[in-house]
Design a protein around this ligand. Structure first.
Ligand code: NDP
Ligand code: 8X3
Length: 252
C-alpha cells in the first residue's frame, strides 16, 4: 500500500520539491497552502506525471479552527498518515529591532510557531495510530541569531525547541521527530521577505551558489527512509559558501 505524506506549504519552494520527490517514489500526497490556484496546479501536475493520488487542502495555518477542521476531517482513506512535514513558513522584513514592523512579527509568530503547533496537534491522532514521523523545517536562523533577523530567528529557535520537545514527549508512541535546518536556499522566500522587491531578493543569492529546494527534498527523503529503529534528530545543511547563519563567502 502506498504511504501518505502531509506537507504544509506545498504550493512553492521546499514543499513543492518535497511533494515531487515523494510522488516520484510512489507516495500519495496531502498538500496544503493558502493559494488555491498554485496548490491545485502542483497537485494536478504531480498526479499526471507520477500517477499517485493527491489531496489539496486550502487553509491558512494561522487559522486554528481551519487547521483542525480540515485535518481533523480528513476522509478515512487519507487518515493513515506516515509523515507530516511542517514546512509552511515565512520571513517578513529584515529590520533592526527598533524599526521592525509589529504586524510582521505577529504574522511570523502565528505562522512559523503557532501554525506548526496547530498542524502537529491536529495530525497527531493519525500519527499515533500509524507510528508516524514528523519533519519540522527549521533554519540556520534557528541555530544562531543574525543581525536584523530578530523575530524570524526567534520563530526558528522555537521550531528547534518544539522539535526537541516533541521528540521527548512522543517517544512513548514511537513517533520519530526530525528537524531539518537549511541555510540560504533560492526560492520565493526572500521575495516574500522583501515584499516583492526582486532586486533585494536577488542580492541575497548573488555571488555564490545557494542550496536549491531539491536539496532539501533529497534530505527529507533520506531521513524518511532510514531503518525503522533509527531516528535522525537534527540536520543543519548549508551550501559550501555558507559557514553559519551569518557568514556567507561571496565571490567579488
Ligand atoms: P516559499 O515562499 O517558496 O514557500 C513557503 C510556503 O509556505 C508556500 O507554499 C506558502 O504557500 C506556505 N505558507 C506561507 N504562509 C502560510 C500560511 N499562513 N498558511 C499556509 N501556508 C503558508 O519559501 P521556502 O520554500 O523557502 O520556505 C519553506 C520553509 O522553509 C519556511 O518555513 C522557511 O522559513 C524555511 N526556510 C527557508 C529557507 C530559504 O532560504 N529559502 C532556509 C531555511 C528555512 P501559500 O503562500 O500558498 O500559502
Ligand atoms: C531562511 C534562511 O538565512 O534567510 O531561514 O534566515 S535565512
Amino acid at each position: 500500500m502506498s504511504k501518505i505524506i502531509l506537507i504544509t506549504g506545498a504550493s512553492s519552494g521546499f514543499g513543492k520539491a518535497i511533494a515531487e520527490k515523494f510522488a516520484a517514489c510512489g507516495w500519495n500526497l496531502i498538500l496544503t497552502a493558502r493559494r488555491k490556484d498554485k496548490l491545485e496546479a502542483v497537485a494536478t501536475a504531480i498526479e499526471q506525471k507520477y500517477k499517485v493520488k493527491t489531496l489539496a487542502l486550502i487553509f491558512d495555518v494561522q487559522n486554528k479552527e481551519a487547521v483542525f477542521q480540515q485535518i481533523g476531517g480528513l476522509p478515512s482513506e487519507w487518515q493513515a498518515i506516515d509523515l507530516l512535514v511542517n514546512n509552511a513558513g515565512l520571513a517578513l522584513g529584515r529590520d533592526s529591532f527598533e524599526n521592525a514592523n509589529i504586524e510582521d512579527w505577529e504574522t511570523m509568530i502565528d505562522t512559523n510557531v503557532k501554525g506548526l503547533l496547530y498542524t502537529s496537534k491536529a495530525t497527531l491522532p493519525y500519527l499515533i495510530k500509524n507510528q508516524g514521523h514528523i519533519i519540522n523545517i527549521g533554519s540556520t536562523a534557528g541555530k544562531e541569531v543574525y543581525k536584523d533577523g530578530n523575530v524570524y530567528c526567534a520563530t526558528k529557535h522555537a521550531v528547534d525547541a518544539i522539535s526537541k520537545a516533541q521528540r521527548i514527549d512522543l517517544l512513548q508512541y514511537k513517533i520519530k521527530v526530525t528537524a531539518i535546518h537549511p541555510g540560504a536556499v533560492d526560492t520565493d522566500f526572500s521575495l516574500i521577505r522583501f515584499k516583492g522587491d526582486a532586486t533585494k531578493a536577488a542580492a541575497v543569492y548573488a555571488g555564490y551558489e545557494p542550496l536549491k529546494a531539491e536539496d532539501i527534498a533529497e534530505t527529507a527523503w533520506y531521513v524518511a527512509n532510514v531503518p525503522k529503529h533509527v531516528c535522525i534528530n537534527d540536520i543543519v545543511m548549508t551550501c559550501v559558501a555558507q559557514g553559519n547563519s551569518f557568514t556567507i563567502h561571496k565571490d567579488a
